[in-house]
Design a protein around this ligand. Structure first.
Ligand SMILES: C[S@@+](CC[C@H](N)C(=O)[O-])C[C@H]1O[C@@H](n2cnc3c(N)ncnc32)[C@H](O)[C@@H]1O
Length: 390
């Protein structure tokens, strides 16, 4: 699978689009907003209050999230400039994603972004901060910008995507596809070589990412990265990979019903990796372009009524659900996750399994998620890291 050409979030603004199904990513960016704003202001100070400031969002995708982040960063810089009695810089914000991203929908959202900025300015009667949005199509696992041209970089919910599906290295140096029977990501039943291949791919990719940004970010410039992570040092506990484990189960259920060929599942593995904090720290230290100013791991919960969902491990038998039905909040959490994940992975699944299975697959996936969230919280683990260019 050529990740660069098949990975793109669902385009447009319809019911199944990423723009309409990025609630979980929005919760993530809202909970990391203060860290991004503080780091943007630190970049402004550490780079000597430049008259022009260049900012990049890596993996912007499509929809309101990217423009919300851009707007919040511009506001933070404007406010800090006033506070320090400095003239605010002109700000160039580059929105980056892979070439297959639906940038056209992004362009359609831009007039409203500029209009809202004007309204805000008129209301506050503050000095205008010129802000220009541009788009850069390309992989962040390669150079995207001029040397020493970026003052501040951020990326939210994107860096867990690898540049390619990990391959297994044979003794003779050749690479072959993973043998990960009935699974599509690291699982408790995966052989150790699968785990090794994923770890190795993450190390290679993350190091290249740091190297490229190391060339592009000016000294003192900050980088704020948020991506999926895991608490355990061993990547296979179900709680750390249930998204993929349940999707694999839904696929294998369809195999057992003769709806998908087993070989198709065998040959599919997700180009995704949720690292531990230690793995991230190690790579930053080894690569050497940036210093860590802050790193933390946190849970993102999108079950806004967690009272109704039992605590982890509380009720382990789905057949004991009240009257055999799933509580409304649990069903809602499962639906949010199923639709959200569909908006993210549908392009990859379609290209590998064909369009015909998608509807059925995600119905099964939603059902499995309901059972999972009946026993466990609707949560995902994320890592936040703030880096400063040396
Ligand atoms: C889940 S979306 C996150 C979008 C947005 N940042 C948000 O918080 O809503 C992940 C995005 O990362 C992009 N992405 C994945 N790998 C990439 C790469 N190598 N280079 C650039 N973008 C990439 C995907 O295309 C996708 O649009």
């Amino acid at each position: 699978m050529e990740v660069q050409s098949v990975l793109h979030m669902n385009s447009g603004v319809d019911d199944m689009s990423y723009a309409k199904n990025s609630t979980i990513q929005k919760i993530i960016l809202n909970s990391t907003n203060t860290a991004r704003q503080e780091a943007a202001v630190s970049s402004l100070q550490a780079t000597g209050f430049p008259t022009q400031m260049t900012v990049a969002d890596l993996g912007c995708s499509v929809g309101p999230n990217a423009l919300q982040m851009a707007s919040e960063i511009v506001e933070a810089i404007a406010q800090a400039s006033r506070q320090f009695n400095r003239r605010p810089p002109e700000i160039q914000v580059f929105l980056n994603d892979l070439p297959g991203n639906d940038f056209n929908t992004m362009f359609d959202l831009l007039p409203e972004f500029y209009r809202l900025r004007e309204v805000k300015l008129q209301e506050s009667e503050q000095q205008k901060v010129h802000c220009f949005i541009s788009v850069v199509a390309g992989s962040f696992y390669g150079r995207l910008f001029l040397s020493k041209s970026l003052h501040f970089v951020y990326s939210s919910s994107s860096l867990h995507w690898l540049s390619q599906v990990p391959q297994m290295l044979l003794d003779d140096g050749s690479e072959v596809p993973l043998n990960n029977k009935g699974k599509i990501y690291i699982s408790s039943t995966s052989p150790p070589c699968v785990l090794e291949a994923y770890k190795k791919q993450f190390k290679r990719d993350f190091s290249l990412f740091l190297e490229c940004r190391g060339e592009e970010v000016v000294g003192g410039g900050h980088m704020v990265l948020t991506f999926m992570g895991r608490r355990s040092s061993n990547p296979s506990p179900l709680i750390d990979c249930y998204m993929w484990e349940l999707l694999a189960k839904a696929l294998m259920d369809m195999v057992s019903m003769g709806l998908i060929e087993e070989e198709k599942v065998e040959s599919f593995n997700a180009p995704y990796y949720a690292p531990s904090v230690e793995e991230v720290k190690d790579e930053v230290t080894i690569q050497g372009s940036f210093s860590i100013s802050r790193i933390e791991i946190f849970e993102v919960n999108w079950d806004d009524n967690s009272q109704e969902a039992p605590q982890s491990g509380h009720n382990s038998n789905p057949t004991q659900m009240r009257n055999g039905t799933i509580p409304h909040q649990v069903a809602k959490s499962a639906q949010t996750m199923a639709k959200g994940n569909r908006a993210v992975v549908e392009s990859m699944l379609k290209s590998h399994f064909g369009e015909a299975i998608i509807e059925d697959l995600f119905k099964r996936y939603c059902f499995l998620l309901e059972q999972f969230y009946y026993k466990n919280k609707a949560e995902l683990t994320n890592i936040l890291i703030v880096l400063v260019k040396n």
